[in-house]
Design a protein around this ligand. Structure first.
Ligand code: ZN
Length: 48
């Protein structure tokens, strides 16, 4: 898997590989959907 192509607008989820709704908060670079799962794993607050 080539991971050199990393630029604004070409972000890819590191978990599921989607290009949609990518979040780079906390340096995770994952989509909103995966972020929800990860946030649960990391015990982030789900509500708020
Ligand atoms: Zn994802």
């Amino acid at each position: 898997m080539p991971k050199k192509k990393v630029g604004a607008g070409n972000l890819r989820c590191k978990r599921c590989g989607t290009f949609r709704a990518i979040i780079r908060t906390y340096g995770l670079q994952i989509c909103r959907r995966c972020f929800r799962e990860v946030s649960e794993e990391l015990n982030f607050r789900k509500y708020n």
